[in-house]
Design a binder for this molecule. Structure first.
Ligand SMILES: NC(=O)c1ccc[n+]([C@@H]2O[C@H](COP(=O)([O-])OP(=O)(O)OC[C@H]3O[C@@H](n4cnc5c(N)ncnc54)[C@H](OP(=O)(O)O)[C@@H]3O)[C@@H](O)[C@H]2O)c1
Length: 291
């Protein structure tokens, strides 16, 4: 019998790449097709029907996104096409072939004014254009495909690609002192942990235990970017003095939410996912970067 086909977009991004790296033992049940812009350009929604003419996935894992948060304030159209319009179309095509769509969203759908972890049904209120485009993508996925799973995640890093951990390690080599905001609170996500979670969810669905709708995933623990940078310096053995600053001292074109912590218990309850602690995952990533 042929194996179920899994399309994964964003093969060159952090999460797509981490799925690509997962051990064969986790992936052997499925056949994978990893795509980048060359194979499927989400900025060109008009190319999506032809992709589905050619490929009939049982699972479509959408890890591609327009992720340039500050540039999105200017490049509204590109962000919308990539993060919203294309996701809606992909959802329609998935529905037409009874495929499961897993698409990744963000803590930026919330405004950051919360004081306790956001539930999946906490009122959304994005405060920047990137967050808005991802929020529309969530709505379109859920509205157009009954087998949609939206996974909101936050503060993603990996050994691959551009992220806070790698930027900090580089700057810590170059500078004796770094100032990092201490009034934005959230939970980091090691992309390798989320990649494994997605595979476990697919295995569970294959075994007849399917749950659809919105889920949230991050590593456990609640920290500030300053705490994160301090841990990166320590685990990376960097001799750099990390100083806390308020967000007001580090203005950016797009506003950032102050409080970004999400309740991830849905994945634990419905899919039996064991959440991993942020510090051990960070240690693992830095260990790999140093090896
Ligand atoms: N990074 C975070 O901190 C964070 C936080 C919350 C949620 N998320 C969400 O998590 C998911 C995975 O993020 P990530 O960190 O892996 O992002 P990433 O490293 O920025 O990767 C995004 C990927 O999307 C691809 N892409 C962009 N525009 C595209 C287009 N028009 N057509 C096809 N591919 C396109 C990029 O291709 P190129 O390599 O060619 O540029 C890149 O490989 C995304 O949905 C993101 O919104 C991320």
């Amino acid at each position: 019998m042929s194996k179920p086909l899994v399309v994964v977009t964003g093969k060159n991004g952090q999460l797509g790449w981490e799925i690509l790296q997962l051990p064969e033992s986790l992936k052997e049940q499925f056949e994978f097709l990893f795509t980048g812009r060359e194979e499927l350009d989400l900025a060109k929604p008009e190319t999506i029907p032809a992709f589905f003419e050619k490929n009939k996935p049982a699972y479509f894992i959408n890890c591609a996104a327009y992720t340039a948060v500050d540039k999105a304030e200017q490049e509204n159209e590109l962000a919308y096409k990539t993060n919203a319009e294309s996701v809606g179309l992909i959802a329609k095509h998935c529905a037409s072939i009874d495929a499961v769509l897993i698409t990744i969203s963000t803590d930026y759908v919330f405004d950051g004014n919360g004081k306790e972890p956001y539930q999946i049904n906490t009122k959304t209120n994005p405060i920047n254009y990137y967050g808005y485009s991802k929020w529309v993508g969530e709505q379109l996925a859920l509205a157009n495909c009954p087998k949609s799973i939206v996974i909101r995640t936050s503060w993603v890093y990996s050994t691959h690609g551009n992220n806070f951990v790698k930027t900090m390690l580089r700057l810590m080599n170059e500078r004796p002192e770094l100032k990092v905001v201490s009034d934005q609170i959230g939970s980091p996500t090691y992309a390798a942990d989320l990649a494994e979670t997605i595979l476990k969810m697919m295995q569970s669905i294959q075994n007849g235990h399917a749950h659809y709708g919105i889920y949230q995933y991050s590593n456990t623990g609640v920290i500030s970017w300053y705490d994160f940078a301090t841990a990166i310096a320590k685990l990376g053995s960097k001799n750099c003095n990390v100083l806390p600053i308020p967000s007001s001292a580090y203005p950016t074109p797009a506003k950032r939410p102050g409080y970004s912590v999400m309740d991830c218990s849905g994945l634990v309850n419905d899919y039996g996912i064991v959440l991993k602690d942020w510090h051990s995952s960070l240690a693992k990533c830095i260990g790999l970067l140093n090896s």
